[in-house]
Design a protein. Structure first.
Length: 263
């Protein structure tokens, strides 16, 4: 049985920004997001829950997050923001931005696909899921539970299962505790800045990592093409900007898909 990571080392590596975060590490659970969401409004402090294996992980739009055993870094972070629910626009993009930037410090050269996929070599390396819980005792605050999944190895199995290309980090020497510390520290600092400044503080950073910048793309909803044009980054609300023959349009993140125009 695999030994659990050292939570003290993770806390040290995460640094001052995460000094108030409680760290929970378990060998296996169904879903770290579900675990924290069930307790969110009763937590005494920000809490990260890292599971070496998730058996019922969740992805965007209720889809299952699949990960081979010992093949992924999966965790959730619960954090109380002194913001109303409607002020969370762009938060998932800010999270993706931080995840990508932190992974790039370890030599992965990742990019972002709107709204919240982390790509490596053009294939999905990781994803982000946000769920929320309203604090009934504080109407001006909301608990966010941020789920992050990063493929570390065995992407070939996932590619076959999902019938699409999936990336991993198997060619990089990685230290899970070091990566977890860097991600926790980066996300903690980001959440504090987001609470002050919103997504506007992250627009330039996100656009610098945009994998589709300047590319001809289309927005698809259940097989129907809603828009087609040239990707022009995102705005301060996290909307994808498309330059179309009819002018620029701003697309709101929802259950729509961004694809290359020729796909």
């Amino acid at each position: 049985m695999q030994a659990l990571p050292d939570s003290v080392r993770v806390a040290t590596l995460a640094g001052l920004a995460a000094r108030d975060v409680a760290i929970e590490i378990v060998a296996e659970t169904g879903s770290t997001n579900a675990d924290l969401l069930a307790r969110a409004t009763t937590l005494a402090q920000p809490t990260v829950r890292w599971a070496l294996q998730q058996t019922a992980g969740k992805g965007r739009a209720g889809r299952a997050w699949l990960a081979p055993e010992n093949g992924a870094l999966t965790f959730s972070l619960a954090w109380k923001l002194a913001l109303p629910l409607q002020a969370l626009s762009g938060l998932s993009l800010a999270i993706g931005c931080v995840v990508s930037q932190q992974l790039n410090t370890f030599g992965l050269d990742t990019r972002l696909k709107w709204p919240n996929d982390v790509l490596r070599h053009g294939a999905k390396l990781g994803g982000v899921l946000i769920e929320t819980a309203v604090d009934r005792n504080d109407r001006n605050a909301v608990w966010v539970v941020i789920g992050v999944g990063i493929n570390l190895a065995r992407s070939g199995e996932l590619s076959q299962t999902l019938s699409r290309a999936v990336a991993d980090a198997s060619d990089v020497d990685y230290d899970r505790e070091e990566w977890m510390g860097a991600l926790l520290g980066g996300l903690s600092a980001m959440l504090q800045q987001f609470e002050r400044d919103g997504f506007a503080a992250f627009v330039a950073r996100w656009n610098a990592l945009d994998a589709y910048a300047g590319q001809d793309v289309k927005i698809v909803d259940q097989g129907r093409v809603l828009y087609q044009g040239q990707a022009a980054g995102v705005d301060a609300e996290g909307r994808l900007l498309l330059d179309t023959p009819e002018g620029q349009v701003a697309v709101i993140a929802g259950d729509v898909s961004l694809r290359m125009a020729e796909d």
